[in-house]
Write a protein that binds this ligand. Structure first.
Ligand code: ZN
Length: 339
């Protein structure tokens, strides 16, 4: 059982750079005489401006964002900032240490437990601390993800479609400034416990991002995400403008899991297509080989609809119910304002 967190020994207000820990108390065999020190950095600029929260390691098997934030902390002189950055590259530290999506301490998925509750365990305690101490101070947020151990994403910004029309337009403007090759709008999803949903409830303009996957660290994608983040910092006014010009992002609406090709038999999935490709309904998505039936023709899986491949499966061994791809459709975000 997690105990409520003590306050981080962090000064959020004096100009400069400082680091500290959220001291998470958790009593089990390993941690009876320990705390779990979730690291946090605060950079307070020399001029007034907005506050932005930057996070990685919300899922512990996603690495581009973690590395990018370590590099950003080394490269940023707070005196040149207007406003404040609060940076947590290893947000779910137990999951980061374990290289897992969820916490090994309580099985918690940090992106499903907001607004958080310390009584539910360490993961809920981290969420509650972030909500009360960070998001309460922030006007903007960027949470850096990848496809993790099981998937690989097209490099994209990811917008949770909450809030009213004016709020959605602020998110769209932020995503255009971020300038990822794609921006996925998760319209109609009910991820109530995500950090983005919490930001929506608090009026924090948040751009999530998905760069890479397969539990690896793609340096080119990390650098691309870094360039996008620099533009976003300029857009919100924390950094001076003058960063490299941005390509036009293409907005996609993610199709629901009901339109994703799904494994219906166990076996070894051999994909026929890659992320970034446009597919038509009925085309081959791949073949599932039953590993103990030699000479079998395999089970062909076909795309149930047209679309652009946004996510591809990385782990080839599949069980019934595993999604093999996720599809998106290009969309004008203005057409979704009332959705
Ligand atoms: Zn993630």
């Amino acid at each position: 059982m997690a105990q409520p967190l003590t306050a981080a020994e962090i000064d959020f207000d004096t100009p400069g750079f400082r680091t500290g820990y959220v001291r998470l108390s958790h009593s089990d065999d390993r941690h009876a005489f320990s705390v779990i020190p979730v690291p946090v950095a605060v950079l307070v600029g020399g001029r007034p401006g907005p506050t932005m929260f930057l996070s990685g390691g919300t899922h512990g098997d996603e690495y581009e964002g973690q590395a990018l934030l370590h590099r950003l902390l080394r490269a940023t002189d707070p005196a040149g900032l207007a406003g404040r950055l609060i940076v947590m590259p290893a947000l779910n530290l137990p999951a980061v240490r374990a290289g897992r999506r969820v916490s090994p301490l309580d099985g918690g998925n940090l992106n499903r437990v907001f607004p958080g509750d310390p009584a539910t365990g360490p993961t809920g305690a981290i969420a509650a601390w972030v909500a009360a101490n960070v998001l309460s101070r922030a006007g903007f947020a960027c949470d850096l993800h990848s496809g993790g151990s099981s998937g690989r994403y097209l490099p994209c910004a990811y917008l949770h479609w909450g809030g009213d029309v004016a709020f959605r337009r602020r998110k769209i403007a932020a995503a255009r400034a971020f300038g990822a090759p794609f921006t996925v709008i998760a319209a109609g999803t009910g991820a109530y416990g995500s950090m983005t949903a919490e930001c929506d409830r608090r009026g924090v303009v948040m751009v999530s991002a998905e760069f890479g996957g397969g539990a690896s660290l793609d340096v080119e994608l990390k650098d691309l995400a870094g360039a996008c983040l620099e533009r976003l910092l300029a857009h919100v006014g924390i950094r001076d403008a003058g960063v490299a010009p941005v390509g036009e992002t293409r907005f996609l609406r993610l199709a629901g899991s009901g339109s994703a090709p799904m494994a219906e038999v166990p076996g070894l999935f051999e994909p026929a297509r890659r992320i970034g490709e446009t597919v038509r309904a009925g085309e081959l998505a791949g073949t599932i080989w039953p590993v103990t039936s030699l000479g079998s023709p395999g089970v062909e899986v076909r795309f149930p609809r047209d679309g652009l491949l946004v996510v591809e499966r990385v782990r080839p061994m599949v069980e019934p119910g595993d999604l093999l791809f996720q599809l998106g459709t290009e969309v004008d975000p203005e057409s979704l304002m009332d959705f």
